[in-house]
Design a protein around this ligand. Structure first.
Ligand SMILES: [Zn+2]
Length: 116
């Protein structure tokens, strides 16, 4: 009998194996910049809508299972976390807030620099 901890470990290993198979199928590196550190690689939906699909399917692992089941369709690609966020900004999938100055110990700090 494995117990709760043992089962969690099995689930973790199974997830890692699943994610690794998807990473390998899509070339194992960011398709924009070539970054290949597995810890920062993300499966991206080429046409957007990834978060909606994750919510609909009930989690990222379910999306990976679907991708494997569909034999790694071209609707997905690998992006590193930086390129993924840049793509989301470019596609305006995230709200871009105008920079707001904030006060820190008597000085006005702006995201682009510091002025007194
Ligand atoms: Zn990248």
């Amino acid at each position: 009998m494995k117990g709760a901890y043992g089962q969690a470990e099995v689930n973790r290993r199974s997830y890692r194996k699943l994610k690794e198979s998807v990473l390998q199928a899509y070339g194992g590196k960011c398709c924009r910049c070539g970054f290949d550190d597995r810890r920062a690689l993300q499966v991206d939906h080429v046409h957007g809508g990834g978060n909606r699909q994750i919510r609909k399917l009930g989690g990222g692992a379910e999306v990976l299972r679907l991708i494997r089941k569909l034999n790694y369709p071209m609707d997905y690609q690998l992006l590193c976390a930086n390129c993924n966020w840049i793509k989301r900004y470019e596609a305006q999938e995230v709200a871009v807030c105008p920079p707001r100055p904030r006060i820190v110990t008597g000085k006005v700090v702006c995201p682009g620099g510091l002025y007194v």
